[in-house]
Design a protein around this ligand. Structure first.
Ligand code: NAG
Length: 156
């Protein structure tokens, strides 16, 4: 065999074997619920829902009306600004591809006050949160993993 080809072959083999190596295997995640999977079908990252038990999930394909029933109210810390957010037992809203409107059940604490997140949009590589007319934009990759629930909400 032509030595040049041999070197090329060796190089190629070396490259492909490298791509199969996984130096940092992630610990196995809990199986995502149908609600988490449904989020991705609508163009949203799973991390918009916390890593918690989903007792019930329903979406009307015609109207987009949906409801998610969680195992309990849940408190999370949102990256990257570490805003505290709470999820009620039941989250409702209207979902179409790339857009959630009339959202009820998710609140975030900022500027010493609780704000209801009224809508969420997927815009390119970003997730846009709407609080009434005010919006805040974050990279979608911040929501690739579901945040862990930190416990029960203390007030209603
Ligand atoms: C779904 O939404 C459509 C349109 O609003 C409505 O006519 C229909 O009754 C809804 N279906 C269910 C199962 O609620």
């Amino acid at each position: 065999m032509n030595p040049k080809i041999l070197i090329l072959f060796a190089l190629l083999l070396n490259l492909t074997s490298k791509s199969f190596q996984n130096p940092n295997p992630k610990p196995p995640k809990s199986t995502p619920s149908s609600a988490h999977i449904e989020l991705t079908n609508y163009g949203f990252p799973v991390g918009l829902l916390p890593d918690t038990t989903v007792l019930g999930f329903a979406v009307n394909q015609t109207s987009g009306d949906f409801s998610v029933r969680l195992g309990g109210a849940c408190r999370i810390t949102l990256p990257p600004d570490n805003y505290v957010a709470t999820y009620s037992n039941t989250i409702t809203g209207k979902i179409v591809k790339g857009r959630i409107a009339e959202l009820n059940g998710i609140r975030v604490r900022a500027f010493f006050q609780w704000w209801s997140i009224t809508g969420i949009r997927s815009s390119g590589d970003n997730i846009v949160f709407e609080v009434g007319m005010v919006t805040a934009k974050y990279p979608s990759k911040n929501f690739d993993d579901s945040p862990a629930c930190e416990g029960q909400r203390s007030s209603s």
